[in-house]
Design a protein around this ligand. Sequence first.
Ligand SMILES: C[S@@+](CC[C@H](N)C(=O)[O-])C[C@H]1O[C@@H](n2cnc3c(N)ncnc32)[C@H](O)[C@@H]1O
Length: 284
Amino acid sequence: MFAFSSVCGSPVNAEACRSDEGWVAPARTLVRDWRLMEPIYDTIGVDYGAHRAPDPSIARHIEEHLEGLTSLVNVGAGTGSYEPADRSVTAVEPSWAMIRQRPDNAAPCVCAIAESLPFADNSFDGAMALLTVHHWGDLSEGLRELTRVARTRLLIYTWDPDQASAYWLINDYLPEIMELDRGRFLTTDKMLAMFSDARAFPVPIPKYCRDGFLGAYWDRPKAYLDPAVARGISSFQQIDQRDLARGLTNLERDLESGAWQKRYAHALDRPALDLGYRLIVAEL
Ligand SMILES: C[S@@+](CC[C@H](N)C(=O)[O-])C[C@H]1O[C@@H](n2cnc3c(N)ncnc32)[C@H](O)[C@@H]1O
């Protein structure tokens, strides 16, 4: 039997986890032993909360699509960013390093993975998966599980590498990120093709974005040189560290010489930039 872990806040919503036979065990042997592996965020996520706060502008894009959803499961929930306080939320997160950083008043959290959700069919109105699907061992299986446990709608906040090739950070300094991310993110078209009724909404990244993911510092290039900021960006951790050091040294050199400013300072007037981040909204 799968052991449920009520980590933060009140115990996990029992109704959401119970089937006619009692507590629901994860059915798929494929991922039964996932806890024998160390979740990657146990290493790269130890100070996630320091640089990854929810950004209000991104939160608004998500909230717009929550209408009619009273209960939600947030899969790959991390430290709880973007979990709406005015609805019943159950979080799912495999990394204890992330779970420990959830605030005391955050939604209750189950330690599990997307590919084997410990909930009965149709347990929730909606399911959210925010900046997480590229980390899943089996994306199709994870999406199947989201579709199984949610009744009405899925919200998937993700990144489309095809829409981001012009980003100066990747283009000029860290093309290795594109190689890595083409292998783990789906393009918008491929993502939409996974569902019968889905739409993609661009989520432009605002100036001074508070959520320190890869595209967050487009207006503050120096921030990428800060090792603490770099630790919050998973693709920085997952490319060859010699490539990372080379790219960041070149960025530092161009910032000092003024070459970066000459090429890109004109874009800094913009309030937000489309860097390929997309909210996929699938009606079930
Ligand atoms: C970039 S963080 C995003 C966290 C949070 N959704 C947010 O927006 O801040 C990615 C999260 O996905 C989690 N994750 C990795 N593999 C997973 C899997 N197979 N199933 C569910 N979550 C997973 C990681 O542990 C990590 O917390």
